[in-house]
Structure formats: C-alpha cells, structure tokens
Design a protein around this ligand. Sequence first.
Ligand code: PSU
Ligand code: MN
Length: 309
Amino acid sequence: MKQFDLKAYMDIAPEVARALEEDKPVVALESTIISHGMPYPQNLETAKRCEEILREAGVTPATTAIIGGRIKVGLSEEELAFMATAKDVVKSSTRDYAHIVAAKANGATTVATSILTAKLAGIPILVTGGIGGVHRGGADSMDISRDLEEIADTDIAVVCAGCKSILDIGLTLEYLETKGVPVVGYQTEAMPAFYTRESGHAVDFRYDSAEEIAALMHTQWGLGLSGGILVANPIPEADAMDADRIEEAIQTAVADAEDAGIHGKQITPFLLSRVLEATEGDSLASNIALVYNNTRLGAAIAKAYAAQA
Ligand code: PSU
Ligand code: MN
C-alpha cells in the first residue's frame, strides 16, 4: 500500500511510527474541529483531552494536520497549540491538500483529508465529532461534502455522532447507501443528529459492542469490499440538547447564510458559529462531550481491531 514516496511529504511522529510498526492500536483525529470548529481555548483543551483519553486506554493518538507544507501524523504540544491559535490555517478538503503542501502552507484537515492522511499512514480508524454531508437544499446546490467520498473510497472506520442537522440527514444517508457505506449505530437503531440522539432516520445496522464493530471491519476488508464504515455514536443522554431549540437555531443560521450569500467551504464554519451564538455556548458543551464519547468508543474499537488481527 505504501507505493508513495511518503517521506518526501509526511512526518509521522515517532510515537505513532512505533505503534504502527508494532501493530499497536492507533486512532487518527482531525484538526478542522480544532482550527475552525471550536473557539479558543476550548478547542485546545478538547484536542489535548482527546489525546489523553486515547493514551489512558493504551491507544496512540495521531492528530493530523499540514504545517508549513508538511503532512503531520501526530502533533507535538506546540503543534497542537499552533493549530488552535494560528490565524493562517486553511480549512483543507481533498482539492486543497496538494496545494497546501506545495505552497508550504498550513492546513487543518477535515474528515476528508484526515482520511487521506490516515490512509497514507496506514491507520484504519478516525474519530471526529460530526461528518460533513449533503447540505439542506443540496439537490439544487450540489453542496455535498467531500467527506462522504473519502469515507466511501477508503478502508477506514469513522466514528462520529452522526451529522448536524445543518445538513439534510436523510439525503446524506441516501448518498452513503449509493456509495456502499454501511452506517452502523452503536447501541442504537436511530441515526443520531450530533446534538441529539435521534434524527428521525434509522441506521442500517445496530451493533452493541466495539468487538462486533471491529469484526465488521475485518470482514468488510477481508471480503475485498474496499471502502469505509460509518459508526454513529449518539451523544450521551445527559449531554444532549433540546431538539426544538437546536432546530430553531439551525433554521435561523441556514437562513442567515443564504441572506449573507455564504457558500462553499465557508458554509459549515459559518453555520457552526451561528448555532453556537444562538445557543449561548450550550452547544459547545454538548459538542465537547460528544467528541470525548466518540474518542472512548474509537479507542475501544481500535483495541478490538488490533486484537482480532
Ligand atoms: N461538522 C461539525 N463540526 C466540524 C465539522 C463538521 O459539527 O468541525 C468540520 C469537519 O472537519 C468536517 C468538515 O469534515 O467540517 C466538513 O466541511 P464541509 O461541509 O465543507 O465539507
Ligand atoms: Mn461543501
């Protein structure tokens, strides 16, 4: 699989390289959530705590980013702080990836480019908060996140809390079905909606343990069916938001985005910050809680996957 001249572009942190070499569990983490998804200092605290949760579970964290044109797999404390505070960090999807590297610029990796990075490094699990998907009105605007393509094209399990209902969750699930991506609900039949445990849509399969999810990964790729698996992990009940309150905030944010003519890569960060303002920060607390919850599940899956190898 390593048919690329990786060393020319990529720096794998020694800790991560060692774990991969020894077939120990490694979990990849994205960095757009740090640079564009949360305000400082909560972004840095969350990023550090996620790494800590993984380490406590005996799993090596590999936060991904592009810094000065180098693709980073595993960040130092200084690099994490840089991603959390620097102003010249570009949100980087697949079409931006080579350009950011060639321009020796700084890029925060979305789910799409975190998957590309994890694939290049050989890491089979990515933990995030929420994935991108088909936007509301996406049938006309064609605003469909590249995240879905990279999940579909890569042998990776992506652990998320579903996707925010800033997106059309029904269309996102349709799209994933077309692309052949199984959507697995962890201990639930309901597709979660990030801040809430249910979206009104169902997942494809309910799985109740990390071991079963790891076995599905081995089976899918053992069968030669290439492509990813989406693991939807609902936010814990205690941290979930009121569905009506969040829906109102989202509808206002979507209308504001339309009025302001926001589109393309700006739209997700715009909607996220509007929802945050409208819920006076409550959404941030929920967001952080679900990221930790996903990290704990990702750790358990990574360990089970390594144990079954
Ligand atoms: N959804 C969130 N928080 C985020 C993102 C999505 O609730 O931070 C980020 C992720 O990095 C995701 C990206 O991969 O936004 C999707 O952006 P777009 O819709 O432009 O593809
Ligand atoms: Mn988009």
